[in-house]
Design a protein around this ligand. Structure first.
Ligand code: ZN
Length: 491
C-alpha cells in the first residue's frame, strides 16, 4: 500500500499511523446507545462514523471484531429527574418489564440503523447480561487499592489514582480544579471526594433493576460496563475505542482510570471521537423543541421539518463532513444533501448506460488511488465524495457526447464507484432498491392499485376491493390496512 492508514488519536492529539496489535485482527469497541427512547440524530453520527471505519478496515483486508454495547441498566448520573432510572420510570409508567422497554427500543434502533445501511457489529453485549463480570472487575480495583466501599456502594478513588497515574489525560481537564473546587453542598455524601465516581451503587428499595453483590443489592456504575465488556471480548489491550466527543469526559476518562487501576496499564491504543451535531446552530434538546428522532426525519413528521428526508440523504449529509468537524442540520442543508445524493446516483446510473469508445478523452486514471489517499488521511469522506463528483462530471461529458471513454476506463470507473461509494461509504441507491434498476414506477403502480381499492371500499364495492387484495397477495405482496391508508411490502 502506498499510503498507510492514519487516524487521529484523541489521546495523543495527533494523527498516527494505524498498526493493529495482532495483524490482521483488529479489535474495535464503540459506546453504543442507551435504550430508553427512540434513536435520534445524535445516534446516527457515531453509528455512521464507526460504520465507515469498520467497512474501511475490512476493505483494507483486516479481520475486525467490532463490539458495540447496549446500555440497558439506567444510570443515575444520566438523569435530570432526581436520580430516577429512565428505563425503570418508563417501565413503571407503562406497566412493562424493564427488559420489555429495552427490547422495544432496541428493535427500533436496529431498524433505524438498517435503514441508514449501518452494518451490525460483530458483538452487541448488554450491560445487564454482564453483571458477574462487572462485580469481578470491581473486586480487582478494590484489591489494587483504587476503590473503597461506603454504605453498600463502591466508589473509585480519583485522588489516589491521580497520585500514581494521570486522571484527565484524555479530556485535558484540570484535575486539581476538579478535586478541590467541586465540593458537595449537602456534606452528607458517601464519597470521599466529589470527583470520585460509582463502580457499584446500592439500590434504593423502589429500584426495580438490582443484583446481589458482596457490597449490597444494587447495580453497576455506568462507566464500568465498557471497561468490563471490552476486556471480555477484545482483551486487556485492544486497538480502537470510539464514541461521541461528549463521552470523553467523564465516561472515557473514567474508563481509562478503571482499566489502568484494574490491569496496571492502558487498554486502548487509539481513541477516536466523532464531533457533535447541532440543529440550526443549537444543541439538540427536548426543551428546545428540536429533538428530532430518525423516524421523524424519515417520515417528515416533526414540525421543524418541511419535508421527509430519506435515510440515504441523512447518511450522505453526515459523510459530506469530516467526522471530527461539527455538522449543523437545517432544512436547507438537508435539501442540498438530497440534491447532491441524487446527482451522485444519476452519475452512477449514467455510468452504467455509457457506451465505450476506442479511446478515452477523459482522464479517470488514479481515481481509486485518490479515494484511497483520502480515506487513509483519517477517513476523509468529504474528499472521497468530491473525487467521485469529479468523475460524475466526466461521465456527464461522455454522456453528452463531448468526451469519450474506453472500455477499460469504463470498467475501472464502475469498479471504483462500487468500492468507494457503495462498499466503503455504504451508500445505496434508494431509487433502485440497490440493484441498479429504477423501481419507482413499479412502486407507484402498486400504490395506484391500492388507492383504487381504497376508493372501492369507500363505495362499498367489495368485489373490486377483494379482487385487488387477493390478486396482490397471490402475486406476493403483503398488504396491511392502517389508520391513514395502507402499507405494503413484498413477502
Ligand atoms: Zn462506553
Amino acid at each position: 500500500m502506498n499510503h498507510p492508514l492514519y487516524i487521529y488519536n484523541s489521546l495523543s492529539r495527533r494523527k498516527e499511523h494505524f498498526k493493529p496489535l495482532h495483524e490482521p485482527m483488529v479489535g474495535m469497541y464503540v459506546c453504543g446507545p442507551t435504550v430508553y427512547g427512540d434513536a435520534h440524530l445524535g445516534h446516527a453520527r457515531p453509528a455512521i462514523t464507526f460504520d465507515i471505519l469498520y467497512r474501511y478496515l475490512q476493505h483494507l483486508g483486516y479481520k475486525v471484531r467490532y463490539v458495540r454495547n447496549i446500555t440497558d441498566v439506567g444510570h443515575l448520573e444520566h438523569d435530570a429527574d432526581e436520580g430516577d432510572d429512565k428505563i425503570e420510570k418508563k417501565a413503571r409508567l407503562e406497566k412493562l418489564e424493564p427488559m420489555e422497554v429495552v427490547q422495544f427500543y432496541l428493535n427500533r434502533y436496529h431498524k433505524a440503523m438498517e435503514a441508514l445501511n449501518v452494518l451490525p457489529p460483530s458483538i452487541e453485549p448488554h450491560a445487564s447480561g454482564h453483571i458477574i463480570e462487572q462485580i469481578e472487575y470491581v473486586k480487582a480495583i478494590l484489591d489494587a487499592g483504587y476503590a473503597y466501599v461506603s454504605e453498600g456502594s463502591v466508589y473509585f478513588d480519583v485522588p489516589k489514582y491521580n497520585r500514581d497515574y494521570h486522571y484527565g489525560k484524555l479530556s485535558g481537564r484540570n484535575i486539581d480544579e476538579l478535586l478541590n473546587t467541586t465540593r458537595e453542598l449537602d456534606g452528607q455524601s458517601e464519597k470521599r471526594n466529589p470527583a470520585d465516581f460509582a463502580l457499584w451503587k446500592k439500590a434504593a428499595p423502589e429500584h426495580i433493576m438490582h443484583w446481589p453483590s458482596p457490597w449490597s443489592e444494587g447495580f453497576p456504575g455506568w462507566h464500568l460496563e465498557c471497561s468490563t465488556m471490552s476486556e471480555k471480548y477484545l482483551g486487556e489491550v485492544f486497538d480502537i475505542h470510539g464514541g461521541g466527543m461528549d463521552l470523553q469526559f467523564p465516561h472515557h476518562e473514567c474508563e481509562i482510570a478503571q482499566s489502568v487501576a484494574h490491569s496496571g496499564h492502558d487498554a486502548v491504543r487509539y481513541w477516536m471521537h466523532n464531533n457533535m451535531i447541532t440543529i440550526n446552530g443549537q444543541k439538540m434538546g427536548k426543551s428546545l423543541g428540536n429533538f428530532i428522532t430518525l423516524d421523524e426525519f424519515f417520515n417528515g413528521t416533526h414540525q421543524a421539518l418541511v419535508q421527509a428526508y430519506s435515510p440515504m440523504t441523512i447518511r450522505f449529509f453526515i459523510l459530506q463532513a469530516h467526522y471530527r468537524g461539527t455538522v449543523d442540520f437545517s432544512n436547507e442543508a438537508l435539501q442540498a444533501a438530497e440534491k447532491a445524493y441524487e446527482r451522485m446516483m444519476d452519475g452512477w446510473k449514467r455510468l452504467n448506460e455509457l457506451k465505450p469508445s476506442e479511446k478515452s478523452s477523459v482522464d479517470v486514471n488514479g481515481l481509486a488511488e485518490k479515494c484511497a489517499e483520502a480515506m487513509n488521511d483519517d477517513l476523509n469522506t468529504p474528499i472521497v465524495i468530491a473525487h467521485l463528483f469529479d468523475a460524475c462530471r466526466a461521465i456527464n461529458s461522455v454522456n453528452d457526447g463531448k468526451e469519450t471513454i474506453s472500455a477499460d476506463d469504463l470498467e475501472q470507473l464502475k469498479a471504483t464507484f462500487k468500492t468507494y461509494l457503495f462498499d466503503v461509504l455504504g451508500i445505496v441507491d434508494e431509487r433502485a432498491g440497490g440493484s441498479g434498476v429504477n423501481l419507482k414506477p413499479y412502486e407507484e403502480a402498486v400504490d395506484l392499485l391500492l388507492n383504487i381499492r381504497r376508493e372501492a371500499k369507500q363505495k362499498k364495492d367489495w368485489a373490486t376491493s377483494d379482487l385487488i387484495r387477493n390478486r396482490l397477495a397471490e402475486i406476493g405482496f403483503d398488504v396491511k390496512d392502517t389508520k391513514d391508508g395502507f402499507e405494503w411490502k413484498v413477502k
